[in-house]
Design a protein around this ligand. Structure first.
Ligand SMILES: NC(=O)c1ccc[n+]([C@@H]2O[C@H](COP(=O)([O-])OP(=O)(O)OC[C@H]3O[C@@H](n4cnc5c(N)ncnc54)[C@H](OP(=O)(O)O)[C@@H]3O)[C@@H](O)[C@H]2O)c1
Length: 259
């Protein structure tokens, strides 16, 4: 008979990342989700009802890992409130928080899943790159074992490299999505269903499977099509989007010389 050791994991926080980690940990045969700790009275209803919940950070049960999934500015404070023994490892999930914010512990590290998480949207963890760091080789290996239980793509980086990854993620996801918010607003103002943009939005990502981002670029700014750009700027005149259109178009036009 095959025996495996179950890894005990505790999640701190009840937001987007806490939710998705809780889903994947709860279902995993080799992981025991000990409890979730949050500051709300009860675990939010979106979470699995069979998960134990605790709203007193000073009364946590024993666990192998404590994963801090709270807003970046509160990671250090939460870490200082954690009173755990030296056999346990404390992790945070942030792209831009230095590993040293957890240095009040003996064993600590980073577990940054490179994906956009919203409670309302389910996600498959197996393809999500997990960026890890550890304060010692021994810990790094422990963190790696945990990460590999969730995903095939695990990458060890320094805190500096992780911040570069996070900045890139902000450009590729947050800024791109903001552009779609602007696009939707312009369509709504002109009484057009925003779904008309969906095939274009999806193709924009799909193309990257076949072409580099530079090779995939099209549009009036790349072609330096000044007549069209002028018409667009006329339509946007006096709105907040006029400046954004001008700035990004001028950056794209510069690409023309590189391609
Ligand atoms: N969302 C993403 O796409 C994503 C992706 C990768 C990494 N991350 C990282 O994952 C971490 C969590 O992000 P998130 O998106 O899950 O955040 P979120 O949905 O905004 O949730 C933040 C959580 O932090 C808790 N919190 C905030 N201040 C607290 C305090 N002083 N004491 C106790 N709890 C506190 C909140 O509690 P209440 O609900 O009670 O306010 C909430 O549970 C961050 O480090 C973030 O950088 C996020």
């Amino acid at each position: 008979m095959y025996f495996y050791r179950v890894i005990n994991v505790t999640i701190i926080g009840t937001g987007n990342v806490a939710f998705h980690l809780s889903e994947v940990f709860f279902k995993h045969q080799e992981i025991n989700l000990v409890e979730i700790c949050g500051r709300k009275k009860n675990l939010p209803t979106e979470f699995n009802v069979f998960i134990d919940y605790n709203n007193n950070i000073f009364k946590l049960k024993k666990s192998d890992f404590y994963i801090i999934c709270v807003s970046d500015e509160h990671i250090e404070t939460i870490s200082k409130n954690l009173n755990i023994d030296n056999n346990s490892t404390v992790l945070h999930c942030s792209g831009s928080t230095h590993i040293n914010e957890l240095s009040n512990h003996y064993s600590y590290g980073v577990f940054y899943p490179l994906q956009t998480f919203s409670i309302k949207k389910s996600i498959n963890f197996s393809n999500i790159p997990i960026i890890i760091e550890g304060n010692s080789n021994k810990n790094l290996n422990k963190i790696k074992d945990l990460a590999l239980m969730l995903s095939k793509k695990v990458l060890e980086t320094s805190s500096k490299q992780r911040i570069a990854i996070h900045v890139s993620a902000v450009f590729t996801n947050n800024f791109t999505n903001y552009m779609r918010i602007v696009a939707d607003e312009i369509l709504k103002l002109n009484e057009i269903d925003t779904k008309i943009l969906n095939p274009l939005t999806f193709e924009t990502s799909d193309k990257l499977k076949y072409l580099s981002s530079k090779d995939a670029q099209t549009g009036p700014a790349l072609r330096n099509d000044l007549k069209t750009i002028k018409k667009h700027l006329n339509l946007l005149k006096g709105t907040d989007h006029e400046k954004v259109y001008k700035t990004i178009s001028s950056e794209i036009t510069k690409l023309n010389n590189e391609l």
